[in-house]
Design a protein around this ligand. Structure first.
Ligand SMILES: O=C[C@H](O)[C@H](O)[C@H](O)COP(=O)(O)O
Length: 262
């Protein structure tokens, strides 16, 4: 393993590697977005190239589509796939009930549609993503550009009286201009500190005109695979009610580290 691989990248890699053990030939897979999901795409690409794995992927962003194509994974649209066997994605936070905050990279809308259209969703994450209560990570909310300031005011108004600690929202920027999602929308980041009732908040946000979707994934994730910097992996399966721990020897996978760009 190269000396410059950080413990966090090692943690993301081992989680991705463990998630690959759930993948079988013939599967239609939802491919998540972000730095952890990028490890998964690389691992899957290697299985396609070297082990003859036959899968088709539905990417959750243009970034992931490009990565998957470069890795040699055949890509189709969700409309072509219709339904998926498994989605594997990263997360910004997960709690003990495997509820999530997602969208730190702005891909929450496609990610939620794809995960919901899957028999199973597996989240891969390093241990820093685990929280007691969701909300320290700013909650992304996708809004259409038309009247976004009105939508922001309505969102902030709706937060008053809910079980959250903060009530401010900020427009996500990309340098001097508003960040634009793959669907041409903007993102409001809600600075809530602590979300007491995530289910209620998710429902309230999606009632507001102009809001397209929020980054709370409630009852969508089935399994969280957590990687640690020392190569350990834990698997929390919410349906089976089990937690297991394994260790991966990443030194056998040096070639995967050669062309890191994420
Ligand atoms: O919009 C981005 C996604 O929800 C990502 O899966 C999430 O932000 C986690 O990304 P990363 O693996 O880079 O921490």
């Amino acid at each position: 393993m190269p000396a410059d691989l950080s413990p966090i990248d090692k943690a993301k890699f081992v989680a991705a590697k463990r998630a690959c053990t759930y993948v079988e030939s013939g599967m239609k897979l939802g491919l998540g977005t972000g730095s952890t999901a990028a490890w998964l795409v690389r691992c899957l690409g290697e299985m396609v190239r070297d082990d003859g794995l036959r899968v088709t992927g539905v990417p959750t962003s243009r970034r992931t589509a490009d990565l998957a194509q470069a890795a040699g994974i055949p890509v189709i649209s969700l409309d072509e796939a219709r339904w998926l066997d498994l989605t594997i994605d990263g997360a910004d936070e997960y709690d003990g009930a495997l509820n999530l905050i997602k969208g730190g990279g702005g891909a929450l809308l496609q990610e939620k549609i794809v995960a919901t259209a899957s028999d199973r969703m597996i989240v891969i994450a390093d241990i820093s993503k685990k929280v007691e209560t969701l909300g320290a990570f700013p909650l992304p909310v996708e809004v259409i550009p038309f009247g976004w300031q009105t939508s922001k005011a309505l969102v902030e108004e709706a937060l008053v009286g809910l079980d959250v600690m903060g009530t401010t929202a900020s427009l996500r920027m990309n340098g001097q201009t508003p960040f634009v999602t793959d669907e041409g929308n903007h993102i409001l980041d809600l600075h809530l500190t602590r979300i007491g009732n995530a289910r209620q908040l998710a429902l309230v946000l999606n009632q507001i005109p102009g809001v397209v979707e929020n980054g709370l994934f409630i009852d969508i994730c089935d399994i969280v695979i957590t990687g640690y910097g020392d190569g350990r992996v834990t698997v929390h399966d919410i349906n089976a009610g089990t937690q297991q721990e394994t260790r991966y020897d990443v030194q056998d996978n040096d070639n995967l580290f050669a062309d890191l760009d994420d």
